[in-house]
Design a protein around this ligand. Structure first.
Ligand code: FAD
Length: 308
């Protein structure tokens, strides 16, 4: 069993920032990631609001920059694999990864979120067969075709904008009459010709055997239902925390997001959380990175006290 002073779970913006700060404190750290480093940055086409990049930057380029910054620290180990369990044994924290266990004095949970599903029959079967949660990854499969985007927040509107440059038409399907997304993106989308706004409308059924062929739209104002043929459907209807590996005793809000104080401390001594996994309102790259730095600082204080 390998032993570390700190283990960071998840190499998105929060985890990679926490890891840089921990390494620079001289703390023996492991950063565990189940996929490639970057987290949701890898699903983001253009990042326009990260300070220092006035012309914007592609999500995957920013992910590479975050990741490259970790390379020079000898006290930082990168562990490839999914943390499937976190056990708290007094001061010791044990993390199960593949067939192995890591032992740690402290843990920073930066596991982020995953896209919420619509919750309709056939959804799982059609995922990857017309249904996607990533315009960046899958948009090109629908070049010149007609797609739907479900949702009304920043992700939905930003990704719809990206898709308008690739596909022939985007139907933006949103159950409310107004958007939660920032007005800048909404105005930009409204100025694009190949977008049809399907407001006060929900998707009530998904159609297609081998692949998606279309959806049933239900108009909430009239109750009318109609079939809309679609080649693809991009779903951005919110997020749920990636928290299956966490112990029951860790405090969470009613949606399962981890509760911390302003120093990123959870209710369990030596266990910290940062980024989208936290119970909070603003889920962005800059907030995730900032919380990663704060968490590392709190880990450093915790270890100083724990080790006398
Ligand atoms: C489509 C889209 C567009 C966006 N656009 C913007 C934008 O323009 N500007 C902006 O500021 N924000 C944007 N965001 C939000 C931003 O991407 C997130 O707020 C940010 O990535 C959160 O960082 P994080 O490190 O908390 O989590 P994530 O980026 O989700 O990273 C979490 C990482 O943890 C890993 N992980 C999870 N569980 C485990 C486990 N058990 N074991 C090991 N690894 C694990 C995951 O694989 C992932 O790599 C966008 C999000 C989406 C979906």
């Amino acid at each position: 069993m390998k032993r570390y002073e700190a283990v960071v779970v998840g190499a998105g913006p929060a985890g990679m920032t926490a890891a840089v700060y921990l390494a620079r404190f001289g703390i023996k750290t492991a950063l565990a990631e189940q996929l490639s480093p970057g987290g949701l940055l890898l699903q983001t086409c253009e990042v326009e609001n990260y300070p220092g990049f006035p012309k914007g930057i592609k999500g995957y380029e920013l992910a590479d920059l975050f990741s490259d910054q970790l390379e020079s620290y000898a006290n930082l180990t990168r562990v490839q694999g999914e943390i499937s369990e976190l056990k708290i044994d007094g001061e010791r924290k044990l993390l199960h990864v593949d067939e192995d266990w890591l032992e740690a004095d402290s843990v920073v949970i930066c596991s982020g979120v995953r896209h919420r599903k619509l919750g309709l029959p056939n959804e799982d079967r059609l995922l990857g067969r017309g249904i996607s949660h990533c315009a960046m990854c899958d948009g090109n499969f629908f070049r010149g075709q007609v797609v739907g985007v479900a949702g009304g927040g920043n992700s939905a509107v930003e990704e719809a904008l990206h898709l308008t440059k690739i596909v022939s038409k985007v139907h933006l399907i949103h159950r409310r009459n107004s958007f939660r997304a920032v007005p800048l993106y909404v105005d930009r989308l409204k100025s694009v010709k190949n977008v049809v706004f399907e407001m006060c409308t929900v998707i009530s059924a998904l159609h297609g055997e081998k692949e998606l062929e279309g959806v049933s739209l239900k108009r909430l104002d009239t109750g009318n239902e109609e079939f809309l043929p679609l080649n693809g459907l991009f779903v951005f209807v919110g997020f749920e925390p990636l928290s299956r590996f966490l112990p029951a005793e860790i405090a969470r809000d009613e949606q399962g997001f981890v509760i911390t104080d302003t120093e990123m401390r959870t209710n369990l001594p030596g266990v910290f959380a940062a980024g989208d996994i936290r119970s909070k309102l603003c889920r962005q790259i800059i907030t995730a990175a900032g919380e990663g730095a704060t968490a590392a600082n709190a880990v450093n204080s915790y270890l100083e006290h724990a080790h006398g």
